[in-house]
Write a protein that binds this ligand. Sequence first.
Ligand SMILES: *Cc1c(COP(=O)(O)O)cnc(C)c1O
Length: 229
Amino acid sequence: MPLKNWVHDLDAMSQVEADVAYIVNPHNPTGTAHSRAAIERFVELSRAALVVVDEAYIDFTDDPEQTTVMPLAREGDVVVLRTLSKVYALAGLRVGYMVASREVVATLRKIRPPFSVGALAQAGALAAVKDNTHKQRVRDHVLRLRGEVTRIVQQVGYVAVPSQANFVLVETPDELAFVARLASHGIQVRPGSALGLPGTVRISVPSDSGLALLRRALARVAIAREVWT
Ligand SMILES: *Cc1c(COP(=O)(O)O)cnc(C)c1O
């Protein structure tokens, strides 16, 4: 289903008869999020047999409690997916988890690989989820710098989609020039055409020193755009 104003079109999606409705909340690559209430309503209306909610970025929302639908996962027709790749920065360990009814879990057990998560990855994952200060530090950093990235993007005249994730989607007609310019300053961003959204670039929230670099580079991008147009 096409997005509407950069968000899942839940009304249109709820009309579709399907085996699975897959909602990414917050969404990648737009960074937009629906409230818990909106998804609860969708689950009530949906004609899909199963609603899967991918919450890879849930910890970066302004209010995770009001965004997650984890409590619905016990109902049987909602499945919640989480990963340790994002807020825990453990993408290399390949660890995530699903919360679902016993019935759904039992079905997936039949087809999952028998040794899917290695012992070292399990040890690393357990240590990470017990370390709340680390998670809080990452979250605080992302929320602060997400605001900064959004501001400097807007200051140089681009439209930034308001983000609830650890990246900011920027609208630009000169996508490839934008990517190339930032690359010449040592900054790598994803072109939207590689993510199914041509006419945009996705900027990941950087470190503090990365932000200073981004600020200088974006000023140059804006100057170049004015010279060319
Ligand atoms: C990163 C991400 C995941 C999780 O991927 P991993 O394989 O656990 O690293 C899932 N869904 C979305 C939308 C993501 O961006």
